[in-house]
Design a protein around this ligand. Sequence first.
Ligand SMILES: Cc1cc2nc3c(=O)[nH]c(=O)nc-3n(C[C@H](O)[C@H](O)[C@H](O)COP(=O)(O)OP(=O)(O)OC[C@H]3O[C@@H](n4cnc5c(N)ncnc54)[C@H](O)[C@@H]3O)c2cc1C
Ligand SMILES: NC(=O)c1ccc[n+]([C@@H]2O[C@H](COP(=O)([O-])OP(=O)(O)OC[C@H]3O[C@@H](n4cnc5c(N)ncnc54)[C@H](O)[C@@H]3O)[C@@H](O)[C@H]2O)c1
Length: 472
Amino acid sequence: MERIRTDICVIGAGSGGLSVAAGAVQMGARVVLVEGDHMGGDCLNTGCVPSKAMIASAHVAQAMRGAAAYGMAAVEPTVDFGAVKDRVADVIGQIAHHDSAERFEGLGCRVLRGWARFTSAREIVVGEVTVQARRFVIATGSRAVVPDIPGIDTVPMMTNETLFQSRERPAHLLVLGGGPIGIEMAQAHRRLGCAVTVIEAGRCLGREDAEAAAVVAGRLRAEGVEIVEGAGIVRLRAVAPGVEAVLSDGRTLTGTHLLVAAGRQAALGRLDLLAGGVVHDKGGVAVGAGLRSVSNRRVYAIGDAAGKGQFTHLAAYQAGVVIRQAVLGLPARARGDHIPRVTFADPELAQVGPTEAEARKAHGAALTVARADYAGNDRAITAGQTEGFAKLLVVRGRVIGATVVGAGAGEVIAPLALAVSQRLKVSALAGVVLPYPTLAELAKRAAGAYFAPKLFANPLLRRLVGLVQRLP
Ligand SMILES: Cc1cc2nc3c(=O)[nH]c(=O)nc-3n(C[C@H](O)[C@H](O)[C@H](O)COP(=O)(O)OP(=O)(O)OC[C@H]3O[C@@H](n4cnc5c(N)ncnc54)[C@H](O)[C@@H]3O)c2cc1C
Ligand SMILES: NC(=O)c1ccc[n+]([C@@H]2O[C@H](COP(=O)([O-])OP(=O)(O)OC[C@H]3O[C@@H](n4cnc5c(N)ncnc54)[C@H](O)[C@@H]3O)[C@@H](O)[C@H]2O)c1
């Protein structure tokens, strides 16, 4: 049995763990990085990267169908589903070196391949190696929740862990869950020639601004995705040609394949957290504001395992918070109010800070909503993408949140995320000079809309202007 003593031991080489390891080792700490499966974690192998690669293929297919609006003959694409999946694998391959064991060993980390488990509050075991560390960082990510529906183990079922490997085109995909995974994958499959039905117990994209979510759901429906809301699947049965789903409202649906996208749970099962004295619940490791375990001060948790949200950029942000404390010995607290998120459907839906409904609850009459529509943005008009809006949430002259739904919303949200994170005044956004014609001007236009009533219907200002104009 080999014994290693180190400064920082990072468990999980995904978005969060890799960020901690790279930062800590380059600042001079001794780092051990442990990974039981593929380097790169969910994001690279079974999450963000393959899903966005598939969405890119779906986008091309849809552009071909819509070509007539741009002066070309519309074409119904012949989709080679296997080739689409080959491209997905190729895209993963192009990024994989960045997350590879070789790269991290080159940076100076000791990389252990195997599953880590705690044997005491200060020690883990990985295969034949024992690691004692001054600090541990749990970055083990999450797994798809498979709901306990009678019959689910008898039907051909996929999760994000199997979806991207399958080269067979589902003739009719049933999608269980209308969250970001369900909606992104439903649209991509529809555009790539599958019949698709989404079954959502609540409302699609239920965490998002209702008006914005309705724009996305409307587009999916217009493209032929069937969306059933307010009804869950209560029973499943294997039938020819695949799956029969009985819904809570009594309806029966059939499809050839089932994708389960019903939420995720922290992947803590292999860690023996009891032995490590690390308290956790269903959401993840119980941590304080500094992401430190409430029960074992040697341990931090970040990313999906920490249960504060499930985004790659959140995991990377949290990595910085841990590095400050565990590597530099400085105090740090993780904020949660400035983390943006994007659902990469077409149109995209981007959010930072609270939604309008959440802000209204928290701030009541102090909240002002200013908006700008894509239909009034010259770049959107030239591109023929005029559906959507940007909504700015302002309290006492400062931007506290924003929603953007429309083409490129994930890019348009960038200056708004800066405004929220820096607690900028609306005037800073209204005053910035942006290149014309860009979609980003929507953010500035919404900020301008906040001032418009104050400037253009202001009797005092009109009197002042009148006086100035009488000056010689
Ligand atoms: C289909 C899909 C699409 C997504 N799209 C986006 C997106 O567009 N944008 C976005 O921001 N987020 C997206 N996400 C979410 C994003 O992938 C996760 O939030 C992110 O990967 C979390 O990073 P992490 O470091 O917490 O975990 P992961 O990246 O999952 O890494 C955890 C690693 O820990 C390893 N591990 C687990 N237990 C052990 C153990 N005991 N010992 C050793 N190793 C262990 C795992 O094998 C894994 O490699 C998507 C997720 C899915 C499923
Ligand atoms: N673009 C992105 O950033 C992106 C993309 C994909 C995933 N993610 C991350 O991964 C997380 C997980 O995504 P997700 O879509 O799996 O989960 P989710 O929790 O966001 O959505 C799951 C949906 O499934 C529904 N549901 C659950 N059980 C059901 C049942 N039995 N019948 C019908 N509906 C049911 C829920 O009501 C919910 O709306 C996201 O919340 C997000 O943080 C991010």
